[in-house]
Design a protein around this ligand. Sequence first.
Ligand SMILES: Cc1ncc(C[n+]2csc(CCOP(=O)(O)OP(=O)(O)O)c2C)c(N)n1
Ligand SMILES: [Mg+2]
Length: 590
Amino acid sequence: MLTTTRPRTKQAAQQHSATANSNSPASTVTIGSYLATRLEQIGLKHHFAVAGDYNLVLLDQLLLNGNVSQVYCCNELNCGFAAEGYARANGAAACVVTYTVGALSAFNAIASAYAESLPVILISGSPNTNDLGAGHLLHHTLGTLNFRYQLEMARHITCEAVAITHPEEAPFLIDKAIRAALQNRKPVYIEIPCNLSGALCSAPGPRASFLELPESDPASLAAAVDAASAFLRKAVRPLLLAGPRLRSYGGVNAFRELAEAVGCGVAVMPSAKGFFPEEHTQFIGLYLGSVSSPGCSAVVESADAVLAAGPIFNDYTTVGWSSQPAVHKTIHVDPDRVHVAGVTYNDVFLREFLTALAETAKKSPGNPATVTQFQRTRVEACPPARADPDAPLTRAEMCRQIQGAINGNTTLIVETGDSWFNGFNMALPDGAEFEIEMQYGHIGWSVPATFGYALAAPDRRIVLMVGDGSFQLTAQEVCQMVRLNLPVMIFLVNNRGYTIEVEIHDGPYNNIKNWDYAGIMAIFNSTDGDGRGLRAATGKELAGAVQEALAHKTGPTLIECTIDRDDCTKQLMEWGSRVAAANGRPPQRA
Ligand SMILES: Cc1ncc(C[n+]2csc(CCOP(=O)(O)OP(=O)(O)O)c2C)c(N)n1
Ligand SMILES: [Mg+2]
């Protein structure tokens, strides 16, 4: 018997009944085609893939859908990160890999999507159902008769993991997983046996209710809003702090509305840079404890009420636990609950809470005390001086020139390393976006993630800053930018090592083999590519390279910027020493 998927909401029920009529009597499609339709319906124009015999029929089925292009990656780690980057620009993403040898590599990137709250759908081909329970040993496995381990491992790094074992249950399981990803803003896992991708199941409706976020408990929401608004009203110096989860949980616009209703100063956490316009009159800077942007930390730390929306306070963002707003001064808004001065309101969802609080705040007069305080004490940043064009390139001159390439249509992507701090110091004009993977912090993330992001945002100017050490992990994926003619600008910072690690704790392990990074582009181009690899060892060379990169539209341009090994930001030096101190705390006695 074929089942049809059952809608859960009124809106979906209407759509479903329209579908049921148009498709009746129960029409059928292959499981692969069902999945392709669902991917299309949730707004994907691409999915990422690496082929393997357990997924080949599935890839064939997905190819039949002309509205979702199949995009290939060099390996499954990169494939997962490409999807992670795509989800940042597009809201969701999918990647398809083969069993174990592929999936276990992809898991690292899927864990990143979990940490960064991005709905990435990982689809893995798996063994033929006839082999399960038949005592057959299979390739690409552990060489045991256990074929459940991959599903069990996936459960730890996804919010839903399903394995299809019969065509009849495929529509239900696929929908269940996709709905979970979109509602929780976390990755999910779908396992499809190689002999089922082409098997028939019931046809999908025109659109399921995937995008509906869960609703808050009304009483809990009202109580949280009452408590938070009283807390903000009685504050002498209220302040808003944007956190990294704000975007994933749909709160960016509501946050701005709330900020404008309260009229107070607004700071952003590092991973929330760009979530509030930097040119806004209420913007007071990037808050990162003692290495915040100028004038910001004094205002944040002297505020008597801080509403932190979707924050992540970890050892890095608190600068080795040296700066975390005190609980009694804080309204802490999590994706699914709110804490007001330590009192928790459950089942209150971020976007609804911020929207309702903004409505309430509009009824009271604003309190601009923290904006005034910031303006009184701020030191006008003087534009960095242009270096002697023939002098050896410095980090400061490199950043000055990269800043010049950033406009309102730019997305600046920064890799783990001193590129984080260089990125924090960049000014974002209105419309510019900023991407960072600071919770997971996997070096090498940025190259495939930039590839994925660039595919999803073809009209934006994509600028990547990546260190030499990070680049060496995932460099191959630049070839996919060449293959698809993506005009990404890559600033490869060659400081001959793991400088961020040098500042935390130095040793011989922080030295790396030098590469001819600019020369690598010729290898990726081979006979048919149009990537450019340029070298800049002086300001003059960099200026010429930037001009060439801006004009080059038929492929990526990698500019290898050579700077001194110790030429790093002062913020990295201080942050590094504090993180080292936190890492080095001796074990506590009971
Ligand atoms: C997968 C992974 N392995 C190791 C690390 C530890 N780690 C963090 S930053 C870093 C070095 C980054 O060096 P580079 O990209 O050259 O940046 P720089 O600070 O030199 O600008 C390392 C090894 C990590 N974050 N992720
Ligand atoms: Mg380096």
